[in-house]
Ligand binder design. Sequence first.
Ligand SMILES: Nc1ncnc2c1ncn2[C@@H]1O[C@H](COP(=O)(O)OP(=O)(O)O)[C@@H](O)[C@H]1O
Ligand SMILES: [Mg+2]
Length: 253
Amino acid sequence: MKDTYLSRGKFVPVPKFAVLGGKGIYMTTILKVENLTKVYGQGEASVTALKQVNVAFESNKITVIVGTSGSGKSTLLNLIGGLDKNATGSILLGENNLLKLGDSELARIRTRKIGFVFQFFKLIPELTAKENIILPAMIDKRKLDDTSLSELTDKLKISDRLSHYPSQLSGGQQQRVAIARAIINEPDILLCDEPTGNLDVASGKEVMELLIDSCRQMGKTVIIVTHDANIAKKADRIIRIEDGSIISDTVNE
Ligand SMILES: Nc1ncnc2c1ncn2[C@@H]1O[C@H](COP(=O)(O)OP(=O)(O)O)[C@@H](O)[C@H]1O
Ligand SMILES: [Mg+2]
């Protein structure tokens, strides 16, 4: 039987990674969130979106975050990804507490270490697929060799679409371009906020399989917010958030 602990009046499983760690399996924590609290607005209109959240992520693992709409999933992902730093507590990525960094330092870390995939792709319509993909590398003044670009686009099955503009691509293709763009700078961590939320079931499934397979091959740490129970099955770990708190945290067999 699984070990459980009492959380908000319910018994929930103890995160298995803690147990595995105890058995001597070596894991490295890549990201540690401590006492993270986020309040939007002020006074009577304020909303506490995250309440003293504590969670650590091991490298090379795929974690899925589930929870009802408004539970705080995007808020957590945006803070972890350095898109927002107006919160209390800490978010430790290596030596750095992301909440305490200046804007330019935060932007530098975000460009190099974190990739983001959004529900609505956020591609630039005036650029081709290839130009969209290589843009982060150009911003970071990185030299790109054609081989690594073609390996990435082969993995994501978009090599034959590189000269197309976003409007000429299907939703699934656009999202695969967005994933390539998120990975081009070889970030350690990939954050995906409902990446299949705007796709039909079939292309959502394909996008997710390609995303998970390529991230496993490349050894990325991936955190995916999703409503899709099938994706949750493929993850290493599932975290459930309700009302700004983590209410369960389980590791898949
Ligand atoms: N910019 C904002 N201003 C005010 N309240 C917000 C803002 N963004 C989110 N919220 C509120 O914070 C809570 C968590 O939102 P969010 O993190 O977007 O939830 P989820 O992604 O789980 O649907 C909700 O109550 C939402 O209304
Ligand atoms: Mg959201």
